[in-house]
Design a protein. Structure first.
Ligand code: SF4
Length: 72
């Protein structure tokens, strides 16, 4: 599942890391980044983490997380 983040839209609410702690992390200012890939804007999420990722996507209040493609 290809997932994109748009840090410009992020309001640092913290919900995505609550829902998907294995995928998302934050800068020192609380803005969303991918864990271990802080320069990436898009990432392929492995199937075992898709559920987390979808939960975060649904909770993000500003659509700073986008799901581009589902493999299911
Ligand atoms: S849920 Fe959305 S707005 Fe909130 S921290 Fe995550 S990306 Fe940013």
């Amino acid at each position: 599942m290809l997932t994109k983040i748009i840090p410009e839209n992020c309001i640092a609410c913290g919900l995505c890391q609550l829902k998907a702690p294995d995928i998302f992390d934050y800068t020192a200012d609380g803005i969303v980044i991918f864990q271990e890939d802080d320069q990436l804007r898009e990432k392929n999420i492995p199937s075992e983490l898709e559920e987390q990722c979808l939960a975060a996507y649904k909770k993000c209040p500003t659509r700073a997380i986008l799901i581009e493609k589902t493999t299911k």
